[in-house]
Design a protein around this ligand. Structure first.
Ligand code: 9Z3
Length: 317
């Protein structure tokens, strides 16, 4: 029954969500990446980050967006890289990106100065804190080919690229992790119901009816990457329903963990919920003043759980 439901979600995905033209090319890149790092004995994590965009018109002027700056995903990517993982970073176009995120609020031109020669430009390091250290790490990650960025904008792109990544990473069995931090729309308008042109205000107030987005976690866990370690995120604005919702998600999809967070407090408090445990991760005032990030704690918790998961699947050594 559950299998059938997962299969029908997969069918809906092909029928109602336009397949991006570059999906096969991206799949090839991801496949080469997985093979390279898998054969080097590395674990690979697929991180999703940023919010999906749902168009209201085919020639899109307006769209429904899900809130996410991409900070959770991009900072987590850095901690996974520091823990020895190779990272596929499936992120919303123009949302925060690993390493460059640290300078996202800075005006580039304000951080540069004219050098002594007429064609020389000098970096003002005071305006770009820790730039030497960050640049070194960024270049090292790039040289070793440890980070594969893949962009999405629309919900359709997100869904198809996530499916492609799961079909590729399943070859790594339990060594693959899915860290689904992107904020994904629950609602969409099927291509067949969508007006082609810009909706006209001269027609009066706008009423839209949207369909429920199929729950992609279901085929991902059951069919596409059944041996992988899968983490979803649960976002609420009402704390009183958060843990119930997280547990319900675990019961429904039977994956390994849910990271539960409330919008306003997400930078300093999350709960990692598994079928048997629930761990509160909190940033103390002292840690906050030292600019510790909660993602460091989340990644440390989950990489530990992932190692255990792999050893259990491999059997006793
Ligand atoms: C999250 O809950 C992320 O932690 C945030 C991170 C989006 C809050 P930022 O990017 O924020 O650092 O600004 N992501 C998951 C959100 C989501 O759409 N979850 C769905 C839900 O809650 C289920 S997978 O129903």
């Amino acid at each position: 029954m559950a299998k059938l439901r997962a299969a029908s979600i997969d069918g809906k995905l092909s029928q109602e969500f336009a397949v991006p033209s570059h999906v096969d090319d991206v799949k090839e890149l991801m496949s080469a990446f997985a093979e390279l790092h898998g054969s080097a004995g590395r674990k690979v994590v697929l991180i999703t980050s940023g919010g999906t965009k749902v168009p209201l018109e085919s020639r899109t002027v307006r769209f429904l967006d899900n809130f996410s700056s991409g900070r959770r995903g991009s900072s987590s990517a850095e901690y996974f890289l520091d823990s020895g993982y190779a990272v596929i970073f499936l992120y919303r176009h123009r949302s925060l990106y690993p390493y460059t995120r640290l300078y996202s609020g800075i005006n580039l031109l304000d951080s540069l100065q004219q050098g002594s020669g007429s064609d020389q430009v000098v970096v003002n390091q005071e305006k770009l804190p820790k730039i030497d250290k960050v640049l070194k790490r960024y270049q090292q990650v790039k040289k070793e080919g440890l980070l594969l960025p893949v962009e999405f904008s629309t919900l359709s792109e997100y869904l198809h690229l996530l499916k492609a990544s799961a079909q590729v990473l399943c070859t790594l069995g339990p060594k693959a992790m899915f860290y689904l931090a992107a904020a994904v729309s629950d609602f969409y308008i099927p291509a067949s119901d969508m007006p082609e042109h810009k909706i006209q205000s001269s027609n009066g107030p706008l009423q839209i009816s949207m369909k429920m987005v199929p729950k992609i976690l279901s085929p991902l866990v059951k069919d596409w990457a059944p041996r992988a370690f899968v983490i979803s995120f649960k976002l609420e604005t009402d704390k009183s329903i958060l843990l119930d919702k997280a547990r319900k998600a675990l019961e429904t999809y039977r994956h390994q963990a849910v990271v539960a967070n409330v919008l306003d407090t997400r930078r300093g408090y999350v709960v990692v919920v598994t079928p048997d445990t629930s761990a509160e991760l909190i940033l103390t005032d002292d840690e906050e003043s030292k600019e510790v990030e909660i993602e460091e704690k989340i990644v440390s918790n989950l990489t530990g759980a992932h190692t255990l998961f792999i050893s259990k699947q491999d059997g006793p050594s």
